[in-house]
Design a protein. Sequence first.
Length: 88
Amino acid sequence: KEYRHSHKELKESNKDIKDKQEKIVNENIEKTNILNRIDGRYQTQVEVAKSNEGKTLALNKWLVGAIWALVTIVMIVVITASINTLIP
């Protein structure tokens, strides 16, 4: 009789352990899914940042070119005005 009682307790204990294991496994799967979603969003943000960086670099090159063009025009105007002033 005592053997049956301890056997029953052991079965219940095993069932509790299996239930806890299953719960932990399910929680881990849920956490993994959340981490995968976070990683996906991070990768998307990285791609957007790279795209924006490329656009910014192109814009900066354009601005530098425009500034040099303005500087060149101003220099030509100043030199032309100076020459016209020097020549009577």
